[in-house]
Design a binder for this molecule. Structure first.
Ligand code: OOB
Length: 535
């Protein structure tokens, strides 16, 4: 059975190569090719920093040589925790060039996530910045190093401090990386974080070839060209601004990437005006903030051509305000770090763009919509979306047991999303069957939080559910069966922070409960809990 699956995969891989989806160059090499073609054109703008394609390629070389001298080697994993910055882009591409695989951490990740990533990926280095938004990231990394002996190096703001306290810059100016020891294009390029549906973290291995295809094909679909100015407003460690088409897609066509530390309109609007931004990507709660800000902010946003919105459900009423307020096209994006991307097309009808989540990027995306028994539903009926294709993973990183439940025997990813197809073949996301809270596009795995809270001495049992929220789309509400003592939200917050939880995973609301409503199968009935919280 396993051999058959492997053979089928090899067959599919060959066809992706023959069709030109998977090119033979790893991402570090791709950047060299783009630098050759686009030379002096501006690739990256970060504040007053402006790098041409050639500048960027040189910086990436200088960083790759430095990291190599330090001892990082093809196949090693590292934790990468940097804000939207030139340093992120240079470091990520230097790692790609070396074949060192970054775990694309969010700035919000704290001890608990770090411990999970270290246990899974055994990273040799932690690359971070001294401080961000008032938080001491250097200390976070140094303490992680004390707990995990796999972490040989902590790199802070491009420098490394040795055992004698001597600090040296990593980049070796004017050095050229010889491109020996290069990764194969089908090797893993990055480990993306999974939204997660279980108690344990999962990492998503994307290969150089599939990720480059993901970005290039998205750029084509979105009409990106050398004239594109892409604002990376969402956190760039996320798949959406990184490769859908995002930074990598913009580079693939010779466009210009503009970085902003925060997606807040106060920072983004002046940049859009100054750099004449044409494309950007947001999650729905930010769209709401931007559109409201347009009512009083007098910024010139007339350069905008297309606003991509995805990550969580977009209210059609909000969607309808985008065109009239921003004067640009809207695109709905229904994607997942595991692979599959669905886009509405720039030439779709207004009804399609406002009311559907588009259709798959690739002709070779294989889609199934199935019922609870795994049988295909009739056309137009809702069911779980399963997918297999040229840029969708066939398994999580080192997670054999998980993979048995997250993938079908024939290699389809069970998305956990509940969808239906319209007559025109566009998806409508109706809901989901996975146990998460989608809080402003950030996915929170309910079992992870529940397990953490059950370790609290005053908590007998806990269940996390999503509640509709005007600002966040969904907020997290925890139902707790307490062991007598009075328990409140500040106590839960303090407990979770002390346990190294990321801030956004702390529940927004607490409900105390004396007995659980149960389903017929005897499980906690989360639908009932949602109804109870709604009053
Ligand atoms: C994006 O990726 P992830 O991995 O953070 O989350 C994926 C999940 C999907 O399975 C779905 O449950 C939800 O996020 N989702 C949406 C959605 N887009 C994503 N739910 C409703 N409507 C949408 N438009 O979120 C992501 C990755 C690449 C591009 C865009 C988003």
């Amino acid at each position: 059975m396993l051999i058959q699956t492997e053979e089928r995969y090899q067959q599919a891989a060959r066809s992706y190569q023959e069709k030109g989806y998977w090119q033979p160059w790893p991402l570090g090499q791709q950047l060299r090719r783009w630098a050759k073609t686009h030379g002096e054109r501006i690739a990256l703008v970060d504040g007053e920093d402006r790098l041409s394609y050639l500048d960027l390629d040189r910086r990436v070389d200088a960083m790759a040589v430095g990291l190599h001298r330090l001892g990082l080697r093809c196949g090693d994993r590292v934790l990468l925790q940097l804000p939207n910055s030139t340093a992120f882009v240079v470091t990520a591409f230097a790692l790609f060039r070396l074949g060192v695989v970054p775990v694309m951490m969010m700035m919000a990740n704290r001890e608990r996530d770090i411990d999970a990533f270290c246990a899974l990926a055994r990273p040799t280095a932690y690359i971070t910045t001294a401080a961000f938004l008032g938080y001491d990231h250097r200390a976070l990394a140094e303490k992680a190093q004390e707990r995990h002996n796999c972490l040989r190096y902590v790199l802070v703001d491009g420098a490394w401090t040795d055992d004698h306290g001597v600090t040296c810059q990593i980049e070796i100016p004017n050095a050229t990386y010889a491109d020996d020891g290069q990764p194969s294009a089908t090797a893993t390029a990055v480990l993306l974080l999974s939204g997660g549906t279980t108690g344990t973290s999962k990492l998503i291995p994307r290969t150089h070839a599939d990720y480059a295809y993901n970005a290039r094909e998205s750029a084509k679909l979105c009409g990106f060209s050398a004239d594109t100015v892409y604002l990376a407003a969402l956190p760039v460690a996320h798949n959406f601004p990184l490769a859908c088409p995002g930074i990598i897609g913009t580079f693939s066509v010779g466009g210009k990437v503009v970085l902003t530390r925060s997606p807040a309109f106060e920072e983004a609007f002046p940049l859009i005006e100054r750099e004449r931004v044409t494309h950007t990507a947001l999650v729905p709660p930010l769209v709401n903030l931007w559109l409201n800000a347009c009512e009083w902010e007098r910024a010139d946003l007339s350069s905008l051509v297309l606003l991509q919105v995805g990550g969580s459900a977009l209210d059609p009423k909000l969607a309808a305000r985008v065109g009239p307020t921003l004067g640009c096209l809207l695109q709905q994006v229904f994607g997942m770090a595991e692979g599959l991307l669905c886009y509405t097309r720039p030439d779709d009808s207004e009804a399609t763009v406002l009311h559907t989540q588009g259709r798959p990027l690739s002709d070779d995306d294989e889609i199934r919509i199935v019922d609870a028994d795994g049988k295909d539903v009739a056309h137009g009926e809702a069911g779980e979306l399963q997918v297999r294709g040229p840029y969708t993973i066939r398994g999580y990183y080192c997670a054999e047991a998980q993979n048995k439940s997250s993938f079908t025997k024939d290699g389809f990813y069970r998305s956990g999303d509940w969808v239906r197809l319209t007559a025109e073949g566009n998806f409508v996301v109706e809901g989901r069957i996975k146990d998460i809270v989608n809080r402003a596009g950030e996915k929170i795995a309910a079992p992870e939080i529940e397990a953490m809270l059950k370790a609290h001495p005053d908590i007998q049992d806990a269940a996390l559910v999503p509640l509709p929220d005007e600002h966040l789309g969904e907020r997290s509400c925890v139902f707790v069966m307490a062991k007598g003592a009075t328990l409140d939200l500040p106590a839960i917050r303090a407990f979770m922070l002390a346990n190294g939880a990321a801030r956004h995973k702390i529940p927004d609301q607490l409900e105390l409960i004396d007995f659980w409503p149960l389903t017929g199968a005897g499980k906690i009935d989360k639908r009932k809990l949602v109804a109870m919280a709604a009053g």
